[in-house]
Design a protein. Structure first.
Length: 324
């Protein structure tokens, strides 16, 4: 049986459609464990109405605060051999769970393509780019191509055996964003990732979506967890090089300094070369022999990024990680 874990917070406009898409699944051996996270709208009553009709829908009120507490309660209350997370404002394709079970193999996690939709005009450019990036990774079966660039495992688009989920810590971690934290724990575990070349999730883009409004889900908030896991998982014995001194590069520098991680800092900005920022002298790229270093790339400008990519290819250099 698949346990579908679903935290719910003020999802009244979308909740009925979400649950109906679950009920209509072609794969029928599932239970929905929904946890209301202090909703101030009619979400809890909608959940109770469904649970009174369907015996495989369980409803709880969170005894904590926030999404992690809600997920912990849902997981603790679930019974299935397989675990899947769902968002209360999204929709499932009718064959989502069936696709997961068809592709799942022992000691593996299954994920697949996503598609954004909205009832409020057009999908934002950033969401379209993220969708194209995610789906490209799924098509290439390579979720770990750039794990520090973005969260490459969509939070409502995976399925895992319960025992494997336990082995990587389940929801016991308190790090935020919780979906990126889970992705990194899967990445560190070396568990096999099986990607499905079909759409397994319809992801809603709305003005009140949590990722648009909660600071812990803003892109800038991802950098502490990126640095945390980079130092744990991929940091090697070479000296560290940070390339980029814009807003994000400076944030990474602060995080590295806070971890007492020594690094050399280079920039393409001629006005910054020779300056001292946070007590660290800025170098130009021509002053450095890249092959001596492991590199964090913090370059956002498309033009500058293109030039850096060309230089990396020219030098046949691969010991680097894109952070933005």
């Amino acid at each position: 049986m698949i346990s579908i874990l679903m935290p719910v917070k003020n999802a009244e406009p979308y909740l009925k459609g979400c649950i109906e898409s679950i009920i209509k699944q072609s794969y029928t051996n599932w239970q929905l464990v929904a946890v209301d996270d202090s909703s101030t709208d009619n979400s809890y009553q909608i959940l109770k109405d469904f649970s009174s009709t369907y015996s495989n829908i369980e409803v709880f009120r969170s005894n904590g605060t926030g999404i992690i507490d809600a997920l912990r309660l849902a997981y603790k209350s679930s019974l299935g051999d397989f675990v899947h997370r769902m968002d209360a404002d999204d929709l499932m394709p009718i064959n989502k769970l069936e696709l997961f079970m068809e592709h799942w193999q022992p000691k593996a996690i299954v994920s697949g393509k996503i598609k954004y939709f909205t009832d409020e005009g057009e999908i934002g450019d950033g969401f379209n780019k993220y969708q194209a990036w995610i789906n490209g990774l799924m098509e290439a079966n390579n979720l770990w191509k750039d794990p520090y660039l973005e969260c490459s495992l969509p939070s409502p688009a995976w399925l895992m055996k319960r025992s494997d989920f336990e082995d990587i810590g389940a929801f016991r971690s308190s790090l935020l964003p919780e979906d990126y934290d889970l992705m990194f724990r899967i990445y560190a575990s070396k568990i096999e990732v099986i990607t499905i070349k079909e759409t397994v999730h319809f992801w809603r883009d709305s003005l009140d979506r949590t990722s648009r409004n909660e600071p812990q889900y803003f892109p800038i908030a991802y950098f502490p967890i990126k640095v945390h896991y980079f130092l744990q998982i991929d940091r090697n014995t070479k000296p560290l090089l940070l390339w980029g001194a814009g807003r994000k590069g400076k944030l990474i520098a602060k995080l590295l300094i806070a971890q007492n991680e020594k690094f050399t800092w280079i920039t393409n900005n001629q006005n910054k070369i020779g300056l001292s920022i946070y007590g660290i002298r800025m170098h130009g790229e021509d002053e450095i022999n890249l092959t001596e270093f492991q590199t964090i790339l913090a370059i956002s400008s498309p033009r500058d990024k293109k030039g850096v990519i060309e230089k990396l290819k020219k030098q046949n250099y691969s010991d680097f990680f894109w952070f933005c």
